[in-house]
Design a protein. Structure first.
Length: 284
């Protein structure tokens, strides 16, 4: 964590480790939503973590919307996850909490100051009438984020996201390929088009942006997209977004509904043991 606006050292151990993970092979980047879930994932042996805007939002009774959780609050959360374990952390920085490139750049500098080893910027506007920024503006925003990171000297990994599938773009594959290639040219270190599911199309995306690493979102089990197959397709990084948070919510809601609707205690049987959890956190 960084105090007083001082940037992390150039290519800190966390940044260096995170960059090395993208150099070859494929790794899973799970998404905790609080300190406890971050520590648990660290104990399970994952090499890096990523924040989840939806995960933390739901934990605070908020929707996954930049307007619901302002930039300052998200930066505090990112710093909290960074400080929870020794692992590198990628920050889900949504659309950079700004429209114009200059303000995106300023906010990226603030995000780098949390100690995050990476951060992602997406091209979704949050406006249903124009769900994606224009191509020109989207590319300019990534270029500004790249310049801001370079100015800090931190080496933080920049991931650029195209949200075409998630916002219902009429030609998501064409839009995503065009934008991801442009994002690479603008300085992205990793690219990401959440929502793609077809193995052939995933392989096409990998080839289109090569040698830049491609991140794949796996938020639900999909037949034919097991981890080994994903690695064979050339994907370098697999994240799960809000899925782990929603798994936790799913167990909670099932057990709570049983209590509320029928006085049924059966749902409590799936609980992790008190002893396991208590010991895990005593070891911090």
């Amino acid at each position: 964590m960084v105090v007083g606006g001082v940037h992390p050292p150039v290519h800190s151990p966390a940044v260096a480790a995170f960059r090395a993970l993208h150099a070859s092979g494929c790794f899973i980047l799970p998404n905790p939503w609080d300190v406890g879930s971050a520590w648990a994932l660290y104990r399970l042996g994952f090499p890096a973590l990523a924040t989840s805007s939806a995960g933390v939002g739901f934990s605070r009774g908020l929707p996954d919307d930049m307007r619901a959780m302002p930039c300052a609050a998200m930066l505090t959360h990112i710093a909290e996850i960074v400080g929870a374990t020794p692992l590198p952390v990628n920050a889900d920085f949504q659309a950079g909490y700004a429209d114009e490139p200059e303000q995106v750049a300023a906010n990226v500098v603030r995000c780098v100051a949390t100690g995050a080893a990476g951060l992602s910027i997406e091209d979704a506007t949050g406006d249903p009438s124009q769900p994606l920024y224009t191509r020109e503006l989207a590319v300019a925003r990534i270029r500004a984020a790249r310049a801001a990171i370079d100015e800090t000297g931190s080496g933080v990994v920049l991931t650029a996201r195209c949200e075409a599938w998630l916002v219902g773009d009429p030609t998501p594959a064409r839009t995503a390929i065009d934008r991801l290639v442009a994002f690479v040219a603008a300085g992205a270190d990793c690219v990401y088009a959440p929502g793609v599911r077809d193995p052939a199309l995933i392989a096409t995306l990998v080839r289109a942006v090569a040698p830049c690493p491609l991140n794949l979102l796996m938020s639900t089990p999909i037949a034919g997209l097991e981890f080994a197959r994903i690695a064979e397709l050339g994907v370098r990084r697999v994240s799960v977004g809000s899925a782990l948070a929603r798994v936790a919510w799913g167990g909670f809601l099932q057990a709570a509904r049983g209590l509320a609707e029928a006085g049924d205690f059966a749902g409590l049987g799936a609980a992790a043991s008190f002893a396991e959890l208590d010991q895990m956190f005593r070891d911090r």
